[in-house]
Design a protein around this ligand. Structure first.
Ligand code: SF4
Length: 83
């Protein structure tokens, strides 16, 4: 019997196009949630900085795999950091 086409697969989102080198999702700060408290930049200055706009930004070329990134995600009081 010939194999069936994959027409009965459930709707599973494909993240392959959204992943970065290393397999993680892109780290980002939701500017609508960020209060600019600066905590993430204190915890993980290698990755986060408070911009001229008063909100946190992910530094270009930063090593997003640093352990302090996870701590910053956990400590952000408004849950603005995600990956
Ligand atoms: S800890 Fe959260 S709210 Fe504070 S500056 Fe960082 S992203 Fe913004």
């Amino acid at each position: 019997m010939a194999p069936r086409a994959n027409v009965d697969q459930p709707d599973i989102p494909c993240y392959s196009h959204a992943t970065k080198k290393g397999g993680g999702m892109a780290l980002k700060v939701d500017q609508d949630l960020c209060t600019g408290c600066g905590l993430c930049a204190q915890i993980c200055p290698e990755v986060f900085e408070i911009g001229d706009d008063g909100y946190s930004h992910v530094l270009k070329g930063a090593d997003e795999t640093l352990p302090c990134v996870d701590e910053a995600i956990d400590q952000c009081p408004v849950g603005a950091i995600s990956r």
